[in-house]
Design a protein around this ligand. Structure first.
Ligand code: SF4
Ligand code: SF4
Ligand code: SF4
Length: 130
């Protein structure tokens, strides 16, 4: 947690141009035709980390034990995190369709996401502490 009370989910935003997929030298990443999510082929992933470097938000996560990349796959079109968030009444997460939002806007580093949220929550003065 970078700022107490300003937790932010740090998940793949399915960038329109998929820099991670482009950057993978081993063709381990592909785009789901059904959901547009990034799919990881564990057999091909070598754990080189190039996709993390290429992602504007450094979002691909290296599994600490397997040394394979983990990226949100949108639960094959039925995002369970959204379901739980809605059922719990928080209404923070929701599904949107392509074209509604500039997707790459959400592909940001955790520090950047937290800074924006903290300023929203606590005002401009929060910037002094981040
Ligand atoms: S870590 Fe895996 S998915 Fe990422 S660029 Fe390397 S081989 Fe491709
Ligand atoms: S947010 Fe990162 S992991 Fe997701 S599509 Fe964009 S570059 Fe790839
Ligand atoms: S619950 Fe499913 S949709 Fe949500 S972040 Fe995890 S993989 Fe992605």
């Amino acid at each position: 947690m970078l700022v107490p009370g300003a937790d932010f989910p740090h998940l793949c935003a399915q960038c329109e141009d998929y820099p991670c997929v482009e950057a993978c030298p081993f063709k381990a990443l592909s785009i789901s035709r059904k959901t547009s999510a990034v799919l990881v082929n564990d057999e091909k992933c070598t754990g080189c980390g190039k996709c993390i470097e290429a992602c504007p938000g450094r979002i691909p996560h290296m599994h600490p034990a397997d040394k394979k990349i983990v990226i949100c796959d949108l639960c094959n079109g039925n995002p369970q995190c959204v379901k739980v968030c809605q059922e719990g009444g928080w209404n923070v997460l929701k599904t949107v369709t392509r074209g509604e939002h500039p997707y790459r806007l959400y592909a940001r580093k955790p520090e950047e996401q937290t800074r924006s949220l903290a300023i929203k929550l606590y005002g401009e003065k929060a910037e002094e502490f981040i």
